[in-house]
Design a protein around this ligand. Sequence first.
Ligand code: UDP
Length: 481
Amino acid sequence: MSSHDHELHLAFFPFMAHGHMIPTIDLAKLFASRGHKATLITTPNNADFFAKSIYKSQQLGHQISLISVKFPSAEVGLPEGFESLSLGSSPDLYQKFLKAIPLLEKPLDELLQKHRPHVLVADTLFSWATDLAAKYGIPRLIFHGTCNFCVCASLCLSMYKPYKKVSSDSEDFVLPNLPNEIKFSRNQIPSFIMQEGETEVSKVFRASVESIYRSYGTVFNSFYELEGAYTDYYRNVLGRKCWNIGPVSLTNMDPEEKAYRGEASTVDHGCLKWLDTKKPNSVVYVCFGSKQKFTNEQLKEIALGLQASGQQFIWVVKKDKKDEGNGTWLPEGFEKRNEGKGLVVRGWAPQLLILSHEAVGGFVTHCGWNSILEAVSAGVPMVTWPMVADQFFNQKLVTQVLMIGIEVGIQWVGDSAKKDAIKMAVTQITAGEEAEELRNRARALAETAKRAFAEGGSSFNDLNSLLEELASLTNDKSLFP
Ligand code: UDP
C-alpha cells in the first residue's frame, strides 16, 4: 500500500526556541501538503506565532492544526510567560528552562492518549519522547534542528574523545573516521559534550544521544547532495535510519508566509524596498539569528568594520531604540553617515525574503543551521561567525567541505572579532578575488537544493520513502487496533 492511500496523522513537538520551532512548523506544513494530517504541539505563549505561520496552509485546505500544552514556568522558577529560549538565555534561565523540559512529558502523554496520532516527531532534546511513543505503540522520529554533519561529528567526539589526546585547549585534533579531515580544538566544542560530570546541559545532551539509538529514526532538514557522505555515515557507520527532506523552508511559497517566520514581519518591510534600489549582489546582509548575544563593544566593532569595508549592508540588531541610551552600542552619527549605504534593522527581519533578493551578495551569519540552509537555498555565500553550540560544526561544513564561505576568524566560544577582521571578511565576500568563485559555487548549490526539494528530487523521494515506511507500520493492526 502506498502512503498516498493511507492518511497518516503525525504529531510534531518542537523544543521552544525559534531555531527549532520555525523548521518544525515548516516540516508539519510539508507533511500536510502531501495529504497527511499534522498536529503541532506548543505552549500558550508560542501559540500565536504558530497559528499565524500555519494560516496559509489551512486556507489551502491542508489538515494542519495546533494544540497547546501548559508550560511549567512556575514549577521551575521561570517568569510567567517565559516559554521560549529565544526570549533570553542567561545561564540561570537556561538551566531552569532545561529543568522544565521533562515536566512536559505528562501533558504530552495525555495528549497522545486523547488524539492517538500514528507517529510522534519530537525534538532531539525531548529524549523521553521515545519511551512515551512506545507506550502508545507508535514510532518516535527525532527532529534535529541541525545537519547530518554536525550530528555525526558530535557523535564521533562522544565515541572517540579525541579531545583527550591534546595538551592544550587551542591545539587542533582531527575527528577520527569522518569522511573529511575535520580539525577542531577543545575551545570550539560545546563544553557539555566533553563534560564527564552531571550538569543540566550535559544530562540533556547525553540523553538525547542515547535516544538516537533507540528511536525509530531521524528526520533532517537537509538534502542528500549537500552532505550525502555524512548521511551515509549516519546510516551505515552509526547504523541509524534517517531521511533528508529539506530544505524545509522551501515549503513556503507565498511571500506572506516567507515574511512571517518566528515573529511578525511583512512583505513591504522597508528593508526590502531599500534592496529594490540596489544593484545585484551589492549588499551584505548581517544577522546573527533569533537571539542577541553581543556586548556593546562588539556591536560597535561590527559597526566600524561595516563602515570601513565601504560595502553596502543591512545589519539586523536585536535591540530597540530604547536600548541605545547615548549611542552606547552604535557610534555617534553612524546611521546618518551611512545613509543610503547601510541600513540598521532593529528587531526581526524578513530573512527568507532578504536572502532571496537579488541585491544580496553575501551573508554574515552566526552559523545557525536554519540560516545556513536558507543562504544555501538562496545561493548566497557566507562570512561565518560562530558563537555557541552547533555553530562551530556548521562553520566547518560551510568553509571546509562546501567551500561557500570564509571565516571571520572566531577561534573559541566567547571570542570576539575586531573591526579590521570584519572589514576584511565583508570586503572579500562582496568584492574580493574569491567572491565570484564562492558565489558561483553557492548558486550551483542553490539550484541543487531546489531540485532536491522539487518533485522527483532526492528530498522529495526521501520523504516518499519515509511516508511509505510509516504507512506500512500503521497497517500493522497489532499497533493500531
Ligand atoms: N530569523 C528571521 N529574522 C530575524 C532573525 C532570524 O527570520 O531577524 C529566522 C531565520 O530565517 C531562521 C531562524 O530565525 O529561520 C533562526 O534560526 P537559526 O538556526 O539560524 O539560528 P538560531 O536563532 O536558532 O540561533
